[in-house]
Design a protein around this ligand. Structure first.
Ligand code: XIL
Length: 392
C-alpha cells in the first residue's frame, strides 16, 4: 500500500508536504508475522509491548511515532501494550512550574485505546538530576523546605495519577534512583530536603491515588559484569522499601542489554548465574518482575550485519531464557520496535559510530533474527497465570 493524498490529509500533511509525499520514500505499512509476539506471550499468560512516541499533533508520517503508519502497523500487529517513550515524564507533563501539559500523553493513550492496547505509565519520578525539569532544579523550597518538597511531590504524583486514573494499570513510580557505580541512592535537590523519604513519599502518594494499580520501581541494572554494584544497590534498596512497608509491587528490568562496554571484555561479559540469583532474591521479597525497555546495544558486536544480527539474537535469547524462566514476569516491552527509531541511534548515544541494530525490526521494517529470538524465548518460557486483563 502506498500513502495516498487522503492518507496524507489524515496525518495532517497538507499543501507542499502532501504533494511531496509520493516521492519522499516514506516507509509503507507491512503485514507483521503471525502469530504476533503478543499472541505468543498471551499463550503463556504474558503481554508483549513497546515504547512509542506521540510526535507533534500533525507531524510527518515518520519515526517511532503514532503519526507513522508503518510504525503504527508494527505496533498494532505485534503488541498488546504500549508505553510512552517520553510523554509522561515530568519534564513533558510539567515543563514549567505553573502548568501541566497532558496533550501529547493523552493522544498516546487515545491511540492505544483506539487499537485495544493497554498502556503503561512511565514515569512519575525520574530521580536523576539530568532529567529533572529546569524549574525543579532551581525551585525555591522556602523556609520549611522538607514540607514544601513533600507537598510538591505529593501534588505532582496525585495530579498525574488522577489525570489518567484507571486507564493506566501499571506505573513506573520511580525510575533510576540507584547510582550504577556506587549502588547508593542518588542525591538530588529533593534528597537534600527529604533524604531517602523522597522515594517512599512517591509510592505512598501513588497508592493513595490508585489503590489497585501495579506500582513499579524501574532501573537499568543489567546481567553484564559491569552491573554488579548496581544490582547489589538495587537489591538493598528494595529490601529497605519492603522493610518499611512501602507499597511497591514490582521491579522493572529495563533490559538495555549489550551495554556500552565491549561484550568480549571482562566487564561486558554476561553473568547468567548472578542475574538468576538477583532475580531470585528480588522475587523472594514478594515482588513481581517486568521487562520494561528491552533492546540490545550491539556496539561491541561483529561488524558484518548478518553476523551481527545473529549474535544479537543469540545474546538476547540467552538473556530472555533466564529472565522469562521467572513466572513473576508478566510483561515484556521493547524500547522501540524498529532500528531506525531507536533512542540508541540518536546522536547522543551513537556518538558518531555506525548505525546500531538494537530492535526486532530493521530500518526497512523487516523482522530480524532478534524478532525470532524473542518469539522463541517466549515459546520456551513456562506458562504463568495472567496478571492483567487481556487486551487486543
Ligand atoms: C530515553 C528516550 O528513549 C529518549 O528519547 C530520551 O531523550 C531520553 O530517555 N531509561 C529510561 C527511559 O527509563 O525513559 C529512557 O528513554 C531510556 C533509558
Amino acid at each position: 500500500m502506498r500513502l495516498t493524498r487522503r492518507d496524507a490529509l489524515q496525518f495532517g500533511l497538507t499543501g507542499a508536504a502532501a504533494a511531496a509525499l509520493p516521492g519522499m520514500g516514506f516507509a509503507q505499512p507491512i503485514a507483521t508475522p503471525t502469530p504476533s509476539l503478543n499472541q505468543l506471550a498471551a499463550a503463556k499468560g504474558m503481554r508483549f509491548g513497546s515504547a512509542v512516541a506521540a510526535g507533534p499533533p500533525h507531524g510527518p508520517p515518520t519515526g517511532g511515532t503514532i503519526n507513522n503508519p508503518a510504525y503504527a502497523a508494527v505496533l498494532t500487529g505485534e503488541c498488546g501494550l504500549l508505553v510512552p517513550e517520553n510523554e509522561m515524564k515530568m519534564y513533558a507533563l510539567r515543563p514549567t512550574l505553573d502548568g501541566y501539559r497532558f496533550e501529547a500523553a493523552d493522544r498516546l493513550v487515545a491511540f492505544a485505546e483506539q487499537h485495544g492496547l493497554a498502556i503503561r505509565g512511565h514515569n512519575l519520578l525520574w530521580h536523576k538530576p539530568k532529567y529533572f525539569p529546569n524549574w525543579l532544579q532551581s525551585y525555591d523550597f522556602g523556609s520549611r523546605p522538607a514540607s514544601a518538597a513533600e507537598k510538591l511531590l505529593v501534588d505532582y504524583v496525585t495530579t498525574v495519577c488522577r489525570h489518567f486514573g484507571d486507564r493506566i494499570r501499571s506505573w513506573d513510580v520511580v525510575n533510576e534512583t540507584i547510582d550504577q557505580n556506587t549502588g547508593a541512592l542518588r542525591e538530588t535537590v529533593l534528597t537534600r530536603h527529604l533524604g531517602d523519604r523522597v522515594i517512599d513519599i512517591c509510592f505512598h502518594a501513588a497508592r493513595e491515588a490508585l489503590p489497585t494499580c501495579q506500582l513499579v520501581y524501574n532501573d537499568y541494572m543489567e546481567w553484564e559484569a559491569y552491573s554488579v554494584r548496581h544490582r547489589e544497590g538495587v537489591l538493598r534498596f528494595l529490601e529497605g522499601l519492603r522493610s518499611r512497608n512501602v507499597p511497591i509491587d514490582a521491579l522493572g528490568l529495563q533490559s538495555h542489554i549489550g551495554g556500552d562496554a565491549d561484550v568480549a571484555s571482562a566487564t561486558g561479559r554476561p553473568e547468567p548465574k548472578a542475574w538468576h540469583d538477583f532475580l531470585h532474591q528480588v522475587t523472594g521479597l514478594g515482588l513481581d518482575l517486568l521487562v520494561t525497555e528491552f533492546d540490545v546495544n550491539d556496539r561491541g558486536f561483529p561488524s558484518d550485519p548478518a553476523a551481527r544480527d545473529r549474535a544479537v539474537a543469540d545474546y538476547a535469547k540467552a538473556y530472555l531464557d533466564v529472565t522469562l524462566s521467572f513466572p513473576q514476569v508478566h510483561d515484556v516491552l521493547c524500547w522501540g520496535m524498529v532500528d531506525s527509531v531507536s533512542w540508541l541511534n540518536s546522536p547522543e548515544f551513537r556518538r558518531g559510530g555506525r548505525m546500531l541494530r538494537p530492535c526486532p525490526y530493521d530500518g526497512e521494517y523487516r523482522p530480524k533474527p532478534l524478532r525470532q529470538a524473542i518469539a522463541d524465548a517466549i515459546r520456551a518460557a513456562p506458562p504463568r497465570t495472567p496478571r492483567h486483563a487481556p487486551h487486543a
